[in-house]
Design a protein around this ligand. Structure first.
Ligand SMILES: Cc1cc2nc3c(=O)[nH]c(=O)nc-3n(C[C@H](O)[C@H](O)[C@H](O)COP(=O)(O)O)c2cc1C
Length: 181
């Protein structure tokens, strides 16, 4: 199984990049009984002007929008971990998603998806995750599980790159292993 993992933020080594890294490590260890390779996408490689219908009508689609869809299309399954900005998506994710959705509304292309969020606070980005999970089917996403990871600093060990709280670790592994079917 080829998995594409996306931190939905433009932080290069932020909290959600670390969550995606932990999921990749877990999958590639073989511990879950799933044979998988994980490719981690960096939204900074998909920088585009802010979406506008006029830009689209006048200039068509920027090349990164199709490239983003192609990366999803060449994966068997997706992991997305959302940063929450003012209760919603980060602008970096929203912009790429908006451009891509005007090429193909089925941005997620029917892929199985594990969705996460994390934040420094006790809700762990639960608001953006709830929204993303709810709307995913409209964009061709097959969400097999989701988990908001609260209070990142208390629950994640940055030196080992793993969740430190045992209950969260179990819940996290369950969501990740659901990608295997
Ligand atoms: C503009 C902005 C708005 C934010 N809004 C929220 C918020 O609504 N809820 C929350 O839990 N954290 C919020 N935060 C804090 C982020 O959760 C924090 O920056 C986190 O590190 C983002 O994830 P990342 O490191 O993966 O980019 C906000 C941060 C910024 C810069």
């Amino acid at each position: 199984m080829r998995v594409l993992a996306i931190p939905a933020t433009n932080s290069r080594n932020g909290l959600n990049r670390q969550i995606v890294g932990a999921a990749a490590k877990l999958l590639e260890s073989g511990e879950l009984g799933v044979e998988a390779t994980v490719d981690i996408l960096d939204l900074n490689d998909f920088e585009m002007p802010i979406y506008s219908t006029e830009r689209q009508n006048e200039g068509g689609f920027p090349e990164p929008a199709q490239r983003f869809l192609d990366r999803i299309g060449s994966a068997d399954a997706l992991i997305v971990s959302f940063a929450e900005h003012n209760g919603s998506y980060s602008v970096a994710w929203k912009n790429v998603f908006d451009w891509a959705s005007r090429i193909d509304l089925a941005v997620y292309q029917g892929r199985r998806m594990a969705m996460f969020s994390t934040a420094p606070g006790p809700r762990g980005g639960a608001g953006v995750l709830e929204h993303a999970t709810l709307v995913a089917p409209f964009f061709g996403g097959d969400v097999v599980g989701s988990l908001a990871i609260p209070s990142f600093a208390d629950n994640f060990d940055t030196s080992s790159g793993q969740l430190s709280d045992p209950e969260l670790r179990t819940a996290f592994a369950e969501v990740v292993s659901a990608l295997g079917g």
